[in-house]
Design a protein around this ligand. Structure first.
Ligand SMILES: *[C@@H]1O[C@H](CO)[C@@H](O)[C@H](O)[C@H]1NC(C)=O
Ligand SMILES: *[C@@H]1O[C@H](CO)[C@@H](O)[C@H](O)[C@H]1NC(C)=O
Ligand SMILES: *[C@@H]1O[C@H](CO)[C@@H](O)[C@H](O)[C@H]1NC(C)=O
Ligand SMILES: *[C@@H]1O[C@H](CO)[C@@H](O)[C@H](O)[C@H]1NC(C)=O
Length: 285
């Protein structure tokens, strides 16, 4: 049951969540769907072809349709629960450590894990070892989770799961506000309750406003195939600067909070999609 190693300024993956919080869904279904839609539209021919081969036939080449599969199997695959997040001490920085060599059971370790599995796609040696359909579905989902700021949150409040707030008039926990409420409120208020319009608006900025930054989002240090540590470091910073900031138990979160944080949500969804595509493009060539 060991988790990623904890060290002075870092800690990862407590297994307590397994017992105490049965469901800590990543971005809700819409968040994940948005990320997978953005990603699939940016795949190279080789990656698009590999994804098509690996996806279950019934989804008809629609990655977004199974982007939340990893949440749905959490109960069947109990071991996979801690792979959705990283919990840190109450310090706004993150450094990966796995000194003991214990399995890297957190979202950063899992992204590396599923990336290396998918790298065997073209080698016959894989056959019996991994189910690469599952590897693809895990990677696509976890790349979204690592971009949800409170999936790299404080252990003390379980990534905002123990912070009770009001989202406008409704009761919620802070974690859920970031998984779901902000995206849903944005869809209702700005996108005609249409998730595709939100995808279009984000895509518009990816190819326009943010085009220069997008190049940087895509790149990965030292020729690595996946760079989850970078995304996790940004995540805890966004959690401190935006998600936790100004929030206490019983805070009422309304327009002030929503409108100032929505750009962060848009950007994290964009980064998740861009980086999922970049990673799959590196994997499949
Ligand atoms: C790596 O993937 C395999 C296959 O899904 C899984 O059994 C294992 O727990 C994963 N380990 C990590 C650290 O993600
Ligand atoms: C691989 O995993 C998928 C999803 O769990 C499953 O539907 C499929 O049957 C698996 N394939 C093999 C060969 O076990
Ligand atoms: C796109 O960028 C503009 C200009 O910065 C901003 O006003 C708008 O909210 C952004 N839209 C999205 C979906 O990110
Ligand atoms: C990264 O890849 C490029 C091109 O393949 C190579 O020239 C360079 O030496 C590599 N850098 C490192 C640090 O491995």
């Amino acid at each position: 049951m060991a988790s990623c190693k904890m060290q002075m300024i870092l800690a990862l993956c407590p297994f307590v969540m397994l017992v105490t919080i049965p469901a800590t869904y990543g971005w809700g279904t819409d968040g994940h769907s948005i990320i997978c839609k953005i990603a699939q539209s940016r795949l190279s021919n080789a990656a698009a072809d590999a994804v098509k081969q690996l996806l279950p036939k019934w989804v008809e080449d629609d990655l977004a349709a199974v982007c939340s599969w990893a949440d749905r199997v959490k109960f069947r695959y109990r071991w996979s629960s801690p792979l959705h997040f990283i919990n840190t001490p109450e310090i706004c920085s993150y450094r990966y450590s796995n000194e003991d060599g214990v399995a890297d059971r957190c979202v950063a370790g899992a992204i590396n894990n599923y990336t290396s599995q998918l790298l065997t796609y073209n080698s016959a040696s894989n056959e019996a070892q991994y189910n690469l359909t599952e590897s693809l579905l895990f990677l696509s989902h976890l790349m979204g989770d690592v971009h949800q700021p409170l999936h790299v949150g404080f252990a003390a409040d379980k990534g905002g799961n123990t912070i009770d707030v009001h989202w406008y008039k409704r009761k919620a926990v802070l974690h859920h506000v970031w998984d779901t409420n902000m995206i849903e409120t944005a869809e209702e208020r700005f996108y005609d309750s249409n998730v595709d319009s939100m995808v279009d608006a984000i895509q518009h900025n990816i190819t326009g406003e943010w085009a220069k930054e997008v190049k940087r989002w895509e790149s990965c240090s030292l020729n690595k195939t996946a760079c989850p540590d970078i995304y996790a470091s940004e995540g805890i910073k966004a959690a401190c600067d935006w998600a936790y900031k100004g929030v206490e138990q019983k805070s009422v979160l309304e327009d002030d909070y929503f409108l100032s944080r929505l750009p962060v949500v848009h950007r994290r969804l964009a980064q998740g999609g861009v980086r999922l595509a970049a990673t799959l493009n590196r994997i499949f060539g």
